[in-house]
Structure formats: C-alpha cells, structure tokens
Design a protein around this ligand. Structure first.
Ligand code: SAH
Length: 361
C-alpha cells in the first residue's frame, strides 16, 4: 500500500515535499492512482472535455490539420498527445482531420502515457481507426522532424510544489506524520534557497503566510519543447484549468467519484491535480525563445473554431439528439461550466503564422 510505504519513508528520512507525495500517489508503478485505474468517464472519478462530446476532439483534429498546413504540409510529421486518457480525443481528432487530404498519410502518431491501464484503453479506442500508433515514454523520445503536440488536462496532474512565505523567506510546504505517527499532516519545511526565483515576480512580495504553487513539471515540458523547436518546426497546444494571471493560494485537490476528498487521505485512491499557472508557463516559454500565444478561454476558442456549426451538422443527421448536443456545447463553452476556467495556450517554433483560435492575442 502507498500509505504504508509513504509512512515508512517519512519515518526513516523525514517529511516529503508535496511534489514527492503527489508523485507517489499518482505514479507509483504498482499502486499509484494512474497505474491502477481507468479514472475517466461518467461512472469513474472525473470527466473531461473529450468525454463530454466528440466535437471537442474533432475541433482539435481540425486545429492540428490547420497547423500542419501552416507548417507547409510536410510529407511526414510527428503528431503527439501527452496524457491521452481513454484515447477519445485522438480518435475524434483523426476522424475530423482525415478529411484534409494528405494529413493522415503524413502523420506519425505518438502517445505519451504514464498509466499501463490507460494505455490498454487507448489501444482499444484507437484500434478501429486503423492508424499506426506508437507509445513513447517521454517527449524526448519522439522521433525528430516537424511536430504537433496536444495535451488536454495533462499539465494539471504534473507534480506541484507548494511554498509558503514565512518570516520573509519562501519555505517548502511538506507532508509529515501527526503525533499518532499514522495520519499525514502538512508541515512547514525549510527555506527553498535559490529556488525562490521560481516564485513568479508578481508574487515575490506576497504577505507573510501566502502560499504559492510552483510547477517544476511544466518547466521541464517547456524546456523540452524549446530544445526541440529550436531547430525543428513544431507547435504545442495545452488545454487546462487555471487563472490567466499567477495567483497565490492552495489549489491542490483530490477528486474521487466526482467529489472532492481530503488531499492527504488515502493517497493512490483519488486523482490529485492543481490548477495550471498559465502566466508563468508563457513567461518561461518566451524566456526559452518559444513563441507563446494565449491564454484564451475554452468557450471563445471553441466557438471561434466553429463548435456551433459542427453541432448543427450533428443535429441534422440525428435530430433526436438535438437536446443532448446543445447541452454538450453548453458544458464545453458556457462561462459557468468549462468555458472560462479552462484555457488554452499554444507554444511554437519561430516563423509560423499565428495558430487558429489565437489570432487576436
Ligand atoms: N487527456 C485525457 C486525459 C486527462 S487525465 C482527457 O482529456 O480525457 C491525465 C492524463 O495524463 C492521464 O492519461 C494520465 O495517465 C496522464 N499522465 C499524467 N501524468 C503523466 C506523465 N507524467 N506522463 C505521461 N502521462 C501522464
């Protein structure tokens, strides 16, 4: 059990960072949340945009096809998805992008997935598409050449560190054991030293007691993209939840069966995520010489890409589904549903035209 292993580790070597706790809880190869479960869907722990409606993945597919044309329609390119979940978005994307002549012939599809259980689901979902699919362990392992990279709700589950302003210094928030030596509790750890530079500039002077989340995983993704796109054309699109500008506050949450549960209780049995800091992500990307667009809200983005027109076509061929399809559009685009909280950023190599859906930014 993860709980026992984490307790032993803390007893032996002391409290662990939030990022370490999250890594164990989500990715322990034997008992981790993603290692053992297929958590996505109506009957599971949470639901995502591609699972709400096929229109989401279809529009992503058309966006990818437009990006391919923006790159000059290379005869071969790497189409990559980070954290493909049940494979639904890729299946819908391919169905839509197939209508663009040459796209499917050029696409080499790479899936990057940490969970063995979800890899199996992806194989099942994507088998019927007939597309050649390969799973790779890391972004660095994707073959060279032009690339289009997609990630929906991928960044939010990368481990996050939490730091607290304490006596004028940024200190690591950690997980230790309560006096009973059993229950997990949050503790104030030591100052983080030079890592304090990872706190966004706009939050450096936050008042005593403020909590800031820093996201080493996002930085690593940005660095890998920057290295790749320095000499190969490429474009990456991330869709996730979070504010447009960096904010203080603890956003780490555990979700089980569509309900919030206590973050430190029963690690490995609930999904742990924290909102994405789009401002820091874009700042890091631009510092690394990437071109960054966004963030734009999911509602306007999908409306701009034509979700209503697509819905009208679907309604025509299945009039009895009209109410259901209207409800799907509402869930994906309404500001009180996913339309505002979820946002998109695009990072690309120099010299490409602005990506579809971002031209205003
Ligand atoms: N994109 C899907 C799934 C989102 S859930 C959807 O929208 O439905 C997050 C996904 O990212 C899961 O597939 C999870 O297993 C995967 N994942 C999380 N961290 C990962 C990592 N470090 N490397 C590869 N995959 C990861």
């Amino acid at each position: 059990m993860i709980t026992d292993r984490l307790r032993d580790r803390i007893r032996q070597t002391g409290p662990v960072s939030i990022a370490a706790f999250m890594t164990e809880a989500l990715f322990d190869p034997k008992d981790g949340y993603y290692a053992t479960k297929d958590p996505i869907g109506a009957g599971s722990d949470f639901i995502t945009a591609p699972e709400i409606s096929q229109m989401f993945g279809e529009l992503m597919g058309l966006w990818a096809a437009q990006s391919w044309m923006d790159m000059g329609s290379p005869v071969e390119f790497q189409l990559v998805e980070l954290g493909p979940g049940r494979g639904t978005m890729m299946a819908d994307a391919l169905r839509a992008a197939r209508t663009v002549p040459g796209f499917m012939e050029a696409a080499r599809i790479n899936l990057i997935e940490a969970s063995a259980a979800l890899k199996a689901v992806q194989a099942q979902t994507l088998g019927p598409t007939g597309a050649q699919i390969r799973w790779v362990d890391r972004l660095e392992a994707v073959p060279s050449g032009p690339a289009i990279i997609l990630g929906n709700e991928f960044l939010d589950c990368l481990p996050v560190r939490q730091v607290i302003r304490h006596k004028g210094e940024w200190c690591e928030r950690m997980v230790g054991l309560a006096e009973d030596d059993e229950a997990f509790v949050f503790l104030m750890g030591p100052p983080i030293g030079v890592d304090a530079s990872l706190v966004p500039d706009s939050l450096q002077d936050a008042p005593e007691g403020s909590l800031v989340e820093i996201r080493p995983g996002d930085r690593q993704v940005v660095e890998t993209l920057a290295q790749r796109f320095a000499d190969q054309p490429g474009r990456a699109l991330f869709i996730d939840y979070g504010p447009a500008a960096s904010e203080t506050g603890d956003t780490l949450q555990a979700i089980k069966a569509h309900e919030k549960v206590a973050v430190l209780e029963a690690p490995g049995t609930a999904d742990l995520t924290a909102r994405v800091d789009f401002q820091s992500l874009l700042h890091a990307a631009r510092n690394d010489s990437l071109t960054g667009y966004g963030p734009v809200e999911q509602g306007p983005f999908l409306l701009g890409l034509g979700i209503e027109q697509r819905a009208a076509v679907l309604c025509q061929s299945a009039p009895e589904q009209r109410a259901k399809i209207a409800r799907q559009v509402w869930r994906l685009t309404d500001p009180d549903q996913m339309g505002q909280l979820f946002k998109l950023v695009c990072l690309d190599s120099a010299g490409l035209p602005p990506p579809a859906g971002f031209s205003a930014s």
